[in-house]
Design a protein around this ligand. Structure first.
Ligand code: CU
Length: 199
């Protein structure tokens, strides 16, 4: 199927080329394995002061996630599980970026994306109990950039998102804490991408 994948590649490339700051483009590729669905979202981060309506992607700290930096998010559902691959470009070289899936869409304020998505919900929110705030029950991703400010990381989960309940990927400034009372915290929310994970 050389021809169809070449055509698909051309479609994806033209969709990616069309991305402007703040608006995400989602491409649903054909030909993924039976029982699996996957889609790609790509865009460039917009300024925190960008006018309404709120952009799908925005940076809250342009010194860490510059305006115009790119993100590509590939979400796969295979069986009961999920995998997320995040690629950043145009950010700070040789730096750790952490990311989580949050429940709300990106807001004008960094807190607008709400708490973390949890497979088993903690009745106490925000959840800082390691029994709930842990990388098996939430989506935690660590991404280290190279010397050119690019990086890719993949995280997998044993479960898939409930429809409508997982609506953003939030980039944080620091490593994710794991200790009681702090678990899941990872410093400031520095950028956000609105994405409907639970489709
Ligand atoms: Cu978070």
């Amino acid at each position: 199927m050389k021809t169809s994948s070449a055509v698909l590649g051309a479609v994806i490339m033209s969709a990616l080329a069309a991305c402007s700051a703040g608006s995400a483009r989602t491409v649903v590729p054909a030909g993924v394995a039976a029982g699996t669905t996957a889609w790609t979202t790509h865009g460039r981060f917009a300024a925190p002061t960008a006018a309404l309506p709120l952009p799908d992607l925005r940076t809250y700290q342009p010194e860490l996630v510059p305006v115009g930096a790119e993100i590509t998010l590939v979400t796969k559902r295979s069986g009961a599980g999920a995998s997320l691959t995040v690629t950043l470009a145009g950010v700070i070289p040789n730096r750790l970026y952490t990311a989580h899936v949050h429940t709300g869409a990106c807001g004008a304020d960094p807190s607008g994306s709400g708490p973390h998505y949890q497979e088993e919900k903690d009745s106490h929110q925000p959840s800082v109990d390691p029994a709930f705030a842990n990388p098996a029950n939430e989506v935690w991703l660590d991404l280290v950039t190279d010397g050119d400010g690019r990086g890719t990381a993949t995280v997998t989960t044993a479960w898939f998102f409930r429809k409508g309940e997982a609506n953003s990927l939030v980039l944080h400034a620091a490593k994710t804490h794991t200790e009681p009372g702090m678990a899941g915290k990872a410093g400031a929310r520095i950028a956000c991408v609105t994405e409907q994970f639970g489709r």
